[in-house]
Structure formats: C-alpha cells, structure tokens
Design a binder for this molecule. Structure first.
Ligand code: VTB
Ligand code: MG
Ligand code: MG
Length: 334
C-alpha cells in the first residue's frame, strides 16, 4: 500500500464524523448512520484504490451500511480490503453521549478475517503482555498471566469492558480479584485502542461485542504490536435464547461455515489480521476518552483523528479545521 494512502484514509473518517455530527442528539441513530455511510462512500470512491468492503456493521440491527462485498475506490491503485464502522456508537451519537467515533481499517487484499456481523468475544492486550493471553484458559488465569507479564499485582490492573448485562458476572469476578474495571456503555473499538496504547492506563480489554468492531480492532492491535484472541459467538449464547435468537444463531453458524470459520473456536490475531501492513483511522464524533469530538463554530468545524500506519508504526493525531462552505457539494448535501 502506498504510503500516502494513510493520509487519504484519514479524510474518510473525518467526512463521516462531520456528517454524523449533524445528527448528534437528534434521537435517530439510523439517520445518523446513513449520513456517515454516505460520506464515507463518497470519499472512498475518490481514492485510487481497488477496495472491497469485507466486514461492516449494520446487519445486527438493520442499520444502513456499506455492504459487505461492495467495491469502493476508483478501481486503480492498490487492491485492499476494508473493514468499516461509519459510526461506532450510534446510540451515543443519537443521544448526544460521549465516545462515538467514525472508524475504518484497511489491509492488503485477503488479510482480514471475513466474518458475518455477529457477536465476538475479545481479549486484547498491549505489547508488554502479548504472550500472556489464551482464551482457552479462564478469565482469572488470563488476568493473572497479564498482571505477571506487566510486573504488577492484580489490584494495579485495569480492564476495559462494555457495561452490558452479559458482562455482569465477568465484571463481578474481575472486581472480586481486585482488578479495576472501566465499563463503558458502548464502543469497544476505542477501548481496544486504549488497551494497546503505551500512554493509557487501560491494560486489557475483555468483552463480547461486534465481530466487525473486532476485526477493526485487530488492525490496531497488529499496528501497535499488541495481541488479541477472539471467538465468534452465535446469538443465543449472548442474548436470551428466544425462538428468534435461536433462528438467527443458526444462520450465523451456517454463514460462518460457508466462510470456513468455526464458531466458538479461538481465533488468533494472525487469523484476524494476517499482517501488520494496515491503516487505521478513527475520528471523534462526540468527545471521548480517545478522541475529541467534532466542534462547530459558525462555518468552521474542527475534528481530531487518530491515524495509525502499521508498516512504520506511526501514530498520528490530526487536528483539522474545516471550512464547511468549501466542502464539495455532495458532502454538503448529506
Ligand atoms: C457491540 C460493540 C460496539 O455495540 O457491537 C455493541 O462491539 C452491541 O451492543 O462497540 P448490544 O449487544 O447491546 O446490541 C457497540 O458498543 C457500539 O457499536
Ligand atoms: Mg456503527
Ligand atoms: Mg459499532
């Protein structure tokens, strides 16, 4: 992948965040998602890539999406696979809550795991604990191994997770062991990034979240030299085993089989993202732990973007000022 592609990719999440921002606090997550999708698609199609969306979000709740299998880009240039989440945190966007981001990850063709949009159990650590994780062992064993690798007691360990009822037991267990738990309402991509960043107090992420978010996170983990293991979980293992959820679960298992993956089997980082030549870009929509949100002042908008290029392991924070009246018409119309 040519080096300048990274900078071009940062414009994709900037545009998505700006489009999403118009819908912050307006109560409709699908309209917000739709606007971010349109903006992403528009900018992606201006870039000289032969890109394919290989994993995206939206199927779980019928939200608008960039379709899996959709081709983007001018068709000229690098053949790449793309994982997207135009709004990671639609609920936060619609309700004006913090931590919503627009994210994308790009890899060389064939390097990302192709999986349906379903639940995924994830365990992520930064470089210093990369050899300590094994999802075949218990959570407690993993926490102890991570703490040992980091040279600190369990009560100095901080785990990020999602504050969802499905994690109540795990959260209690971790707290019982003395581990500090940061349980955020939504948005495990930002938390995954924090688990790998050297300057963050988050040591690990453990949660059951979305598979697209998992693959996007795997790109960051690769780029920052951390480690990740994951497991795809059919819906009845995560939510109430209602008739509807059982039916969805059966579909998920069948789709996984067709893609050659076994549900519930441990997936290593190498399977999620096959090499570290990846690009990750995230732009804040609402202000959060990882990024500032969009701020608008008259015709000026500012954005903050985290842009990571795995090949060189360069981490950029880009603060941009946008003159909204100079944006191209298609973006203004979204
Ligand atoms: C997961 C997680 C995301 O939504 O997809 C979650 O990975 C799904 O939440 O980061 P529910 O199970 O409650 O529907 C996010 O938190 C936000 O997209
Ligand atoms: Mg989303
Ligand atoms: Mg999401």
């Amino acid at each position: 992948m040519r080096r300048e592609l990274a900078i071009e990719i940062s414009r994709v999440t900037e545009a998505a965040a700006l489009a999403a921002y118009k819908w912050v606090g307006r109560g409709d997550k699908n309209i917000a998602d739709g606007a971010a999708v349109e903006a992403m698609r528009h900018i992606l199609n201006q870039i000289d890539i032969d890109g394919e969306i290989v994993i995206g979000e939206g199927e779980i709740d019928d939200a608008p999406m960039l379709y899996i299998g959709e081709h983007v880009g001018s068709g000229a240039g690098d053949a790449v696979d793309i994982a997207v989440d135009p709004i990671e945190g639609t609920r936060m966007t619609a309700m004006g809550q913090s931590n919503a981001v627009a994210v994308i990850a790009v890899a060389e063709k064939g390097m990302f795991l192709k999986a349906p949009d379903m639940y995924m159990e994830k365990l992520i650590v930064g470089p210093d604990a990369k050899d300590a994780i094994d999802l075949n062992r218990s959570l407690e064993q993993n926490l102890k191994a991570i703490a040992f690798a980091l040279g600190k007691p369990l009560n100095k360990l901080t785990c990020a997770t999602l504050a969802k009822p499905r994690h109540d037991k795990a959260i209690k267990e971790m707290q019982g062991l003395g581990v500090r738990v940061f349980a955020i309402p939504d948005g495990d991509v930002a938390a995954s990034v924090m688990a790998c960043m050297p300057d963050s107090e988050v040591d690990l992420l453990y949660c059951i979240g979305g598979a697209p978010e998992g693959v996007i996170s795997a790109a960051v983990v690769r780029a920052l030299d951390g480690n990740m293991q994951a497991r795809l979980l059919p819906r009845p293992l995560v939510k109430e085993p209602t008739e509807e959820n059982i039916r969805i679960g059966e579909e998920e298992v069948a789709r996984c089989e067709a893609l050659g993956i076994k549900v519930k089997e441990v997936l290593t980082l190498e399977m999620l993202a096959q090499n570290d030549n990846v690009i990750f870009s995230a732009t804040g929509i609402t202000k959060g732990d990882l990024l500032e949100g969009v701020a608008i002042n008259g015709r000026l908008a500012t954005t903050e973007t985290l842009l990571i290029r795995g090949k060189s392991r360069t981490v950029r924070r880009i603060r941009s000022t946008h003159y909204l009246d100079r944006k191209d018409q298609a973006l203004k119309d979204i």
